[in-house]
Design a protein around this ligand. Structure first.
Ligand code: PMT
Length: 222
């Protein structure tokens, strides 16, 4: 839309899961449909933002005004983000990035001869932390997916990664979180918090986009 409060603001987002290859046919990954990230991208566009999304393999289609850069793995996602982030005023990490990847990926399909096999995993880079640690970081918004003590863990991530803001959701039990059509968020920044109650993801994304615009404006002013 025109005249929104994010008019002309360049926003880079990560959306969806990543897939870490074990061999050409198998992978490990995180649960994420892309619904939350794509809903937020659309809500930010409504407010006038220019949104670029780097997206892992999702089961849903992006909004009509978005042409995501498609990636599979965390390393690919990191490379696409780092190539583009210096041109952006805002970075939002909605993706569920796999924290670990297989140390090696077999070039041919692994045969199921053995009763058990070992899989050695190595840490993936933290894309969000890397962006927040840049010399001149953009306004940086993380998500936090937590199964317990949602607010405590989210505030720890906000502070450890030096984020502008974090949007925390409960996952793994009850309503909301990944794959659901609904979600609820506890949004935290250094000196404040706001709870956005359980609702459909498009409405939740609209409320989150309004809060992001508010906090972004406060940071520019301050
Ligand atoms: O896609 P949906 O099905 O709609 O589900 C939405 C969602 C639950 C996936 C989404 O709302 C959400 O919470 N996304 C973040 C999931 C996550 O990986 O959270 P985390 O607490 O593990 O990570 C914290 C933050 O660091 C996140 O912003 C994440 O994108 C980022 N991160 C994590 C690891 C990594 N290697 N790189 C990162 O950038």
């Amino acid at each position: 839309g025109s005249g929104g409060g994010l008019q002309g603001v360049q926003v880079l987002m990560t959306v969806g899961p990543t897939r870490e290859a074990i061999d050409p046919v198998r992978f490990i990954g995180n649960r994420s449909s892309g619904k939350m990230g794509y809903a937020l991208a659309a809500a930010l566009q409504q407010r006038g933002a220019q949104v670029t999304a780097v997206a892992g393999p999702t089961s849903i289609a992006p909004g009509p005004g978005l042409a995501p850069i498609a990636v599979e793995s965390a390393l690919e996602m990191e490379a696409e983000v780092m190539e583009r982030v210096t041109d952006c005023q805002m970075f939002i990490a909605a993706a569920a990035v796999a924290d670990y990847r297989p140390e090696t990926s077999a070039s041919a399909k692994i045969k199921k001869d053995a009763d058990s096999i070992g899989l050695r995993l190595v840490r993936n880079p933290d894309i969000l932390a890397r962006v927040a640690a840049l010399d001149k970081p953009p306004f940086t918004v993380g998500f936090a997916a937590e199964t317990d003590q949602v607010e405590v863990h989210a505030r720890a991530k906000l502070e450890a990664k030096r984020l502008s803001m974090i949007a925390a959701n409960q996952v793994g039990s009850g309503e909301g979180g990944f794959e659901s059509d609904r979600n609820a968020l506890i949004c935290l920044w250094r000196e404040g918090r706001r709870e956005l109650p359980m609702m459909p993801k498009p409405a939740l994304a609209a409320a989150l986009a309004a809060l992001i615009e508010e906090r972004y404006g406060a940071q520019i002013a301050g």
